[in-house]
Write a protein that binds this ligand. Sequence first.
Ligand SMILES: Nc1ncnc2c1ncn2[C@@H]1O[C@H](COP(=O)(O)OP(=O)(O)OP(=O)(O)O)[C@@H](O)[C@H]1O
Ligand SMILES: [Mg+2]
Length: 390
Amino acid sequence: MNVIKMFDILEEIPAIADTMLCHDVAEEFRALPAVCGFAVLDKGHPTGVIARDDLLIRLASQYGHAVYGKRPIRELMNNNPLVAEIREDLDEVERRIADGYSHALSSGFIIVEDGEYLGMGTALSLVRKNVERTRLRNQQLEKTTEEARHANVVKSQFLASMSHELRTPMNVIIGFAELITSQAFGPVNPPRYLEYADDILDSGRHLLTLINDILDMSKIEAGRFQLENQPIDINTLAANATKMCRSMAAQKNIELLFDAEPSRVVLIGDERALKQILLNLISNGLKYTSEGGRVLVQISQNAAGGVTIRVIDNGIGIAEEDLEKVLEPFMQAKNQKDNKTEGTGLGLSIVKALADLHEATLKVESVIDEGTTVHLNFPPVRVQVQANVA
Ligand SMILES: Nc1ncnc2c1ncn2[C@@H]1O[C@H](COP(=O)(O)OP(=O)(O)OP(=O)(O)O)[C@@H](O)[C@H]1O
Ligand SMILES: [Mg+2]
């Protein structure tokens, strides 16, 4: 596609014989003012090229006409002409000009078919074709980008409606599994069925979390996630999210700490989204920190007047080359492969997408085997009231 061959720029200019006198060649140039160079042929085969400027300047110089006027053109021609085959690519010819045939910029170059002279090509026609090709390529690129964008929106819309449809039956499965495991209507017999019901409940809950994550991610990607902005006491919200993760921390004997400045910080944001951001970050901290480790949730006002949330752990860390990758949906770092935890790779990409909707910036800093700090900076426009309380 978009390959330009020499026949696209061929100019059928008559060639001249190498025996033609310089004076007569100059006359030819004067008769054809648009021609910048002639091919010179010896018995029909190209042996040289003569540039208009070279010849006319030489003849116009003192004694030039007297010395060269009656000499054959072969004495003044450039006998190392650039000869291009009619099926040669424009790119290849351009490369050859750059690699040692710079004189072709003024004289032009010879175009042949199987060695037979056909006409000339000029640097100007190469440039024109290149400009035209670049314009066409840009148009195609814009079209392809638009198609890809549209396909992505269609995919996200499909995923959003599919996961929405899956939620209802999933809730029914979970509800009945809960009913069976609670043995509300009497003991389950034989007891082994109770174990199976427990498994159904666990798997059902896991699947529902996954479906909800996919639903959120695809809604955001399809531009259908609307923030319900309201003033939120971020310290309280973060303290509650930390509390919700206490039992998970206790299971791994991880010290889970919360630290916030005493001032009351009110953030304008979507409560459910902010809670999800915090839960995803804290659960990552706990998931990727070994037994006996430490996870700290910190809220502070930043120098710009905004609010910074940090979740700091001293866990397994993320390799530098994975730092950007982990923010993309379904992407996991290498560390995850050795770590026997479950995960889909959606948590951080949801955090990133929800942070973007709040105009907040997300930064992940990490050192392998030392730990990870995720910083979320909310801009000052999102901070409404900062009244000190005792
Ligand atoms: N605090 C952390 N310490 C070390 N690695 C982390 C941390 N947080 C995230 N990662 C790496 O980034 C990857 C992506 O995280 P993300 O939360 O998106 O997915 P996940 O935890 O694998 O699955 P889930 O969708 O259940 O959250 C993880 O698989 C892990 O490799
Ligand atoms: Mg996660």
